[in-house]
Every structure is written in structure tokens, then in C-alpha cells.
Design a protein around this ligand. Structure first.
Ligand SMILES: Nc1ncnc2c1ncn2[C@@H]1O[C@H](COP(=O)(O)OP(=O)(O)OP(=O)(O)O)[C@@H](O)[C@H]1O
Length: 283
């Protein structure tokens, strides 16, 4: 799939424009997600295991932020905390200024590692159902799905069942489901981890062109430094568990980004710097 297939997207507002409460008086982009000194301990007493030691981070409106960390550093745990599935042991999580670690769900649009589509529902029904559960009116959900399936190259698969789709196509459906959901923050948990190398690169380019046209606020977990550098505005590097933030990197490359960016010296330098940091942190 060439990026051109999605490159003609207009910059459209998928979701309502941020309301006054979400914008700062200075006109600067506001903070959608704020984690302050989040700690997560599982178990208790002599079985207690501190998975997240002390993590603070923010995602601002329209920003693409990636989290990279060694296996077991608590990246998926962070998503469960942000999504309200679990509570932090200490620290605070605010979504659009409201406490999020209170067990309330449905405040984020979430894309998991596996597409997890309902096998007995068609592609269009899978997306429509997710949108209506998230509070979108049924007719509006239908019209969004009709409008967007062709834009992601899936017009011919609207009535197909998930099992006939390739892994990459299933992930496109899963991404569309999250992209069209009304929540302001999208959390993407290693969405391309199970794809082969070539499909993964194509999906990164695809996601980038869609994201650059919509500018949703994204928190993205990945094991791939290259993927994070290519996609992100900022990268947060976690230590081994109990995790702390080792460093935050601003990614200076202008948008729209082309595939050729990966071959530049500046790209490779940033990649190497992050790699060295992770490597040091693990030895
Ligand atoms: N409910 C739980 N009870 C006890 N330990 C848990 C629980 N959930 C997660 N853990 C532990 O927390 C640690 C972090 O898990 P998590 O899946 O968040 O890490 P991760 O950084 O996403 O790892 P990976 O990169 O391998 O996917 C693991 O050691 C896991 O065993």
C-alpha cells in the first residue's frame, strides 16, 4: 500500500474541536493527559512487587507521544491505569483535567496489540458497535464508517468478516475504530508488534499519514526505537522495573514526514542515542 492511498486526506476534524476548558488562555495546546508520580505495586507484604516506581508524563492536545521501555517495565500496566481498569498505588492520573485512576472506564480510545475484532460481526458492524458503545449516535456512527472505510483502503471489505482480512487489514480496522471514537486521547499499545517487518513499515507510513491529517492526541507504546522516532513528537524512555522515566526526547523532525527520513544522519543519531540509553539502563 502506498502512502499516497491515504495521502489525499483532507485535514478533517474527526472529533469536536477542543472546548474552552481544554484550551489554555494563552492559546497554547492544553494537556490532555497528566501522570504525576504514578507508582504501581502488585500484591502485598512479602509478595509485593513494585512494577512502576515513579512515572510522570504528559500528553498535550494534538501530540504524538511514545513510551519505550524494556519488557516488564509496566507499559501495558500504564495503559490499564490510564484506562481506569486498575488504580495506581500512589500518584495521580488526570485526563482532560479529571482524575482518571478512579476505576471509571471508557475515557480513552484504545487500540490493543491484537485487533480483537468480534468474529461474528462484519467489519462495518465492528466499528459501528465500538462507536455507539463510546456514545456516538448510531446514524452518525454508520455515516462515519461509510465515509472512512474507503479512506483506509477497506471499502470492499465493509461486509466482510474479520477472518478473511490479513493481519495488517485487521489492524487498520482496529485503528479506525480507535481513531473515530470520540475520546480525546488515543492509546495505542504496540499495535504493529505482531506484523511482519514489511507490513509494519507500511502500517507506520499509513498511520502517520492518517494521524497527520487528524492530529489526535496519542500515547503510543512500542518496542521499536525506529518506529517511535519516525512517528512521535516526544519519546519517553522508561527504565527497567520498577520503572522511572530515564529521559524524555523531543523529536525535532518537521511534518509531514516521508519514508526517506529514516535514512538521514539526524534520524540515525537520535535512534542511537535512545538505544544507548536503554542499553546502559539494562546493564
Ligand atoms: N495483575 C498483576 N499482578 C501481578 N503482577 C502483574 C499484574 N499485571 C502485571 N504484572 C507484572 O507487571 C510487570 C509489568 O507488566 P507489563 O505487561 O505492564 O509490562 P510491559 O512493559 O508492557 O511488558 P512488555 O513490553 O513485555 O509487553 C510484569 O512483570 C507482570 O508480571
Amino acid at each position: 500500500m502506498s502512502p499516497k492511498e491515504t495521502g489525499t486526506l483532507d485535514r478533517i476534524a474527526i472529533n469536536p474541536a477542543p472546548d474552552q476548558s481544554a484550551s489554555s488562555a494563552s492559546g497554547q495546546s492544553s494537556t490532555v493527559l497528566r501522570l504525576a508520580h504514578v507508582q504501581k505495586i502488585y500484591g502485598s507484604r512479602n509478595r509485593a512487587k513494585t512494577v512502576i516506581g515513579d512515572v510522570s508524563l504528559t500528553v498535550r492536545e494534538g501530540e504524538f507521544v511514545s513510551v519505550i521501555g524494556p519488557s516488564g517495565s509496566g507499559k501495558s500496566t500504564l495503559f490499564r491505569l490510564i484506562g481506569g481498569l486498575e488504580k495506581p498505588t500512589s500518584g495521580t492520573i488526570e485526563l482532560e483535567g479529571q482524575e482518571a485512576g478512579d476505576g471509571k472506564r471508557g475515557r480513552i480510545a484504545y487500540m490493543p496489540q491484537q485487533a480483537s475484532l468480534l468474529p461474528w460481526k462484519t467489519v462495518e458492524a465492528n466499528i459501528e458497535l465500538a462507536l455507539t458503545i463510546a456514545g456516538v449516535d448510531r446514524n452518525e456512527a454508520r455515516s462515519l464508517v461509510q465515509q472512512w472505510l474507503p479512506r483506509v483502503g477497506l471499502a470492499d471489505y465493509a461486509k466482510a468478516y474479520p477472518h478473511v482480512l490479513s493481519g495488517g487489514m485487521q489492524q487498520r480496522v482496529s485503528f479506525l475504530r480507535a481513531l473515530l471514537s470520540p475520546q480525546r486521547l488515543m492509546c495505542l499499545d504496540e499495535p504493529f508488534g505482531s506484523l511482519d517487518a514489511l507490513t509494519r513499515i507500511q502500517m507506520q507510513q499509513w498511520l502517520l499519514s492518517l494521524w497527520e491529517a487528524s492530529r489526535r492526541s496519542v500515547l503510543f507504546v512500542t518496542h521499536s526505537i525506529e518506529e517511535a522516532v519516525f512517528l512521535s513528537d516526544r519519546i519517553i524512555v522508561l527504565s527497567v522495573s520498577p520503572s522511572v522515566v530515564l529521559r524524555e526526547f523531543e523529536v525535532p523532525f518537521p511534518r509531514p514526514r516521508e519514508a526517506s527520513l529514516r535514512n538521514t544522519a539526524a534520524f540515525n543519531e537520535l535512534e542511537s542515542e535512545i538505544y544507548a540509553l536503554l542499553d546502559n539502563g539494562m546493564s
